[in-house]
Design a protein around this ligand. Structure first.
Ligand SMILES: O=C(O)CCC(=O)C(=O)O
Ligand SMILES: [Fe+2]
Length: 344
């Protein structure tokens, strides 16, 4: 199919080498297994929060949100105010986009005058199978959307409608969480003053079906923490998102119409470690392609991220500093360093 990225050809040597290595390892001893069995993961139901209850049982509902963010760093929400029509339209546009021929998707200026790094597939700096990433994604700051050309008008207007709906939702959740750790007393308007629709980031993900012999050796997305205050993820019915809970990887069960919310590194720092930015990853399916869309609620570059209580665990930093540190680390080691660099 002309829309599939050429994983097998481009990563031929890496794939060949690692499959040989792992079968030798398997034959000789079991101590150094490259391969984990992804099928073993337990499927769990995350805390599921009905946001309609903010109208009639507000305090209780706020408490549940805060409790889920402390204990899990992850929860799902329903009655979130983003219509199924809008989510369906986004999914439709996303599929249309990914079904464009690979040569077009990977060409410079495919969407218009956006950053050349907008489209990613696989991982050009992968040195082992675990880093390969069996996925493709369009990743852009919301501020870039206005630069999409007229060939992508319907994609642009769907994203704009989605951003207009999801930004107030993210702000509302962020403020509820702040309220519950008494952050609002000192800085009532923190999120309104630092986060704007244009400062957030959107990522459209597609995970192609993966050949059977590789599916237990590769990730769709490597284990990572998000660099946001919080992320709101819409996923289709396929499943594959997993999070680290008490040292074990557990699968998130997709719920039709629900959105997954997770705490990012910035909120972990802001809340002085009360809310948890949890490692998560995506495993691939052998049978079906999977789509997800992530909205990363982020501040402007110069926003100060400062622990709200004392003694602070992390030193104060700007979002720009955090991003630059991460980009540097990714170039050097293939992975982010995240918050540990700012520990006091
Ligand atoms: O595909 C998913 O469910 C999660 C995506 C994700 O974690 C990300 O894009 O950062
Ligand atoms: Fe993520």
């Amino acid at each position: 199919m002309d829309y599939e990225p050429p994983f097998l050809e481009t990563y031929k040597t890496l794939l060949q080498q690692n499959i040989e290595d792992s079968s030798n390892t398997n034959n000789n001893n079991n101590s150094l297994l490259l391969v984990e069995n992804f099928d073993d993961e337990e499927e769990i139901e995350l805390p599921l929060i009905d946001l309609k209850r903010l109208n009639d049982e507000r305090e209780k509902c706020m408490e549940e949100i805060s409790d889920a963010a402390r204990r899990w760093g992850f929860f799902q929400i329903v009655n979130h105010g983003i219509s199924n029509d809008l989510l369906g339209m986004m999914l439709f546009e996303q599929m249309k986009l990914f079904y464009q021929p690979f040569v077009k998707k990977s060409s410079h200026n495919f969407l218009g005058n956006l950053s050349p790094r907008t489209y990613r597939w696989g991982n050009p700096s992968a040195t082992n199978l675990r880093q390969l990433l069996w996925s493709e994604a369009f990743h852009f700051p919301i501020s870039d959307i206005s630069m999409m050309d007229n060939d992508h008008k319907s994609l642009r207007s769907s994203i704009e409608a989605f951003v207009a709906a999801v930004t107030p939702l993210a702000q509302c959740l962020a403020e509820i969480l702040a309220c519950k750790v008494n952050m609002m007393i000192k800085s009532k308007n923190y999120f309104r003053e630092n986060c704007f629709p244009e400062s957030s980031i959107i990522r459209l993900n597609r995970y192609p079906p993966c050949p059977k012999k590789l599916s237990s050796k590769l990730y769709g997305l490597m284990p990572h923490c998000d660099s946001s205050f919080l992320s709101i993820v819409y996923q289709d019915h396929v499943g594959g998102l997993e999070l680290l809970k008490d040292g074990k990887w557990v699968r998130v069960k997709p719920i039709p119409g629900a959105l997954v919310v997770n705490i990012g590194d910035l909120y972990q720092a802001l809340s002085n470690g009360i809310y948890k930015s949890i490692k998560h990853r995506v495993v691939v399916s052998q049978k079906e392609e999977r789509y997800s869309m992530a909205f990363f609620y982020c501040p402007s570059q110069e926003a100060l991220i400062q622990s709200h209580s004392k003694p602070a665990i992390y030193r104060t930093f700007t979002f720009r500093e955090y991003r630059e540190q991460n980009e540097k680390a990714v170039k050097q080691t293939g992975d982010k360093v995240g918050l540990s660099r700012f520990l006091l």
